[in-house]
Design a binder for this molecule. Structure first.
Ligand code: PGA
Ligand code: ZN
Length: 398
């Protein structure tokens, strides 16, 4: 294996027009890798800390780069990530910033794959990977923190469970996105797009459920395979002062559990992410006990890709699925540990983008490398299609 000889960091644009961190890693033998940090808007309270891009770069140049250049082998991912943590010295990466850490961690993995001459998913997952593909969850209507004056529930996601290939699934989600627009137009409802490219109409949640139901059924008829739908409630964003706020209406935690269980029943929801607040492990467990045998209850802000929080959830059966966002925890090694712990305990990992993204395609490779059953990376829009098209390429070349 070859030594990392150079780590370069710079500010680049993300999809919201904000600065984010890009890292480039070069090795002794001419290997090259580039990675860029995504950025959340409805971030969990327990996530690793993202610093302003220029501060994160200055700090990482001073503290982390000298511990990596000429010190660590590109293929030694644990070595790279251990050096990043040692350089930072905090548990939440608040010194060098999780944005610098994740960009360097991903760039090093890509440089190692380049040296080996293998696709990234194969370097990360080994020779036997590349045969299982994730079902893409496509965000087609959304609001919450991703758009103003739209739905309270953050994301309504198409779930093409019956698709015969990842390519069919990706096109089905795009078709649902298009169908939603047609239905909105028929109803005379104007809609801009939110941060992830989902339609963000000024409608209430109940109308969004109606439209989703109609859209997935219509596209399923066209394509001839099953398409359901699911939600990211982003419950922590609705929760304030002990109740969930839906505009002027409020629901107690018990009412919220009953409401979500009813929605699952009524719409046969395949997937529900963060139905409750990020601190409410108990009501997560209550809901999972009620409906966990028929749908996925996924923890995003609840677990933040963190093995300690995931273990706490496993201990009380708080969910049956975990959202996996490398920048929530800061390194690929920590991300793999979370996926491994999840799979060992029967939790389905869902590899995920952030609302602020770049053209980086690492998460497509991560999902294939770990045989993750699902990936959530939008339905349309350049920074989303970067990952979806990469999945199509991986499938075509596997
Ligand atoms: P974020 O939202 O990237 O804005 O945090 C995505 C999500 O909640 O899944
Ligand atoms: Zn979420």
């Amino acid at each position: 294996m070859t030594l990392i000889t150079e780590v370069r960091l710079r500010r680049i644009l993300d999809s919201r027009g904000n600065p984010t961190v890009e890292a480039e890693v070069r090795t002794e033998s001419g290997g090259f890798g580039r990675g860029a940090a995504p950025s959340g808007a409805s971030t969990g309270e327990y996530e690793a800390i993202e610093r302003p891009a220029s501060e994160a770069i200055t700090s990482a140049r001073e503290l982390a780069v000298p511990r990596i250049e000429g010190q660590v082998y590109a293929g030694d991912q644990r070595g790279v990530d251990t050096a990043l943590r040692a350089a930072d010295g905090t548990s939440d990466l608040s010194e060098i910033g999780a944005n610098s850490a994740v960009a360097i961690s991903m760039a090093a993995a890509k440089a190692a794959a380049d040296v080996l001459g293998t696709p990234l998913y194969q370097h990360l997952g080994g020779a036997f990977r590349g045969r299982e593909f994730p079902v893409p969850l496509g965000n087609v209507i959304g609001g919450g923190e991703h758009a103003t004056d739209a739905t309270h529930i953050q994301e309504f996601l198409a779930v093409p469970t019956g698709a015969p290939s990842v390519s069919d699934a990706v096109f089905a989600n795009a078709a649902v996105h298009d169908e939603v627009h047609e239905i909105l137009t028929e109803r005379g409802i104007a809609a801009a797009k939110g941060d992830e490219g989902a339609w963000a109409p000024s409608i209430d949640d109940s109308e969004a459920f109606e439209i989703m139901d109609e859209a997935v059924e219509s596209v399923a008829d066209d394509v001839g395979f099953e398409i359901g739908f699911g939600l990211d409630v982003a419950g922590a964003e609705l929760y304030d002062g002990g109740v969930y706020h839906y505009g002027d209406e409020t629901k107690s935690p018990e009412e919220q559990v009953a409401y979500i269980a009813e929605l699952i029943e009524e719409y046969d929801l395949r997937y529900v992410e963060d139905p409750l607040d990020e601190d409410d492990f108990e009501n997560f467990a209550e809901l999972t006990q009620r409906v966990g045998d028929r749908t996925l209850i996924c923890g995003d802000d609840l677990f933040v890709t963190n093995t300690d929080r995931l273990q706490r959830g496993i201990d009380i059966d708080a969910a049956n699925s975990i959202l996996i966002k490398p920048n929530q925890i800061g390194t690929l090694s920590d991300t793999f540990d979370a996926i491994e712990l999840a799979v060992k305990n029967g939790y389905d990992p869902v590899v995920s983008h952030r609302s602020g993204e770049t053209e980086d395609t690492t998460i497509a490779h991560l999902a294939v490398a770990t045989d993750a059953p699902f990936i959530k990376t939008g339905a349309v829009g350049g920074e989303r299609t970067a990952k979806l098209n990469e999945l199509i390429r991986i499938e075509a070349n596997a």
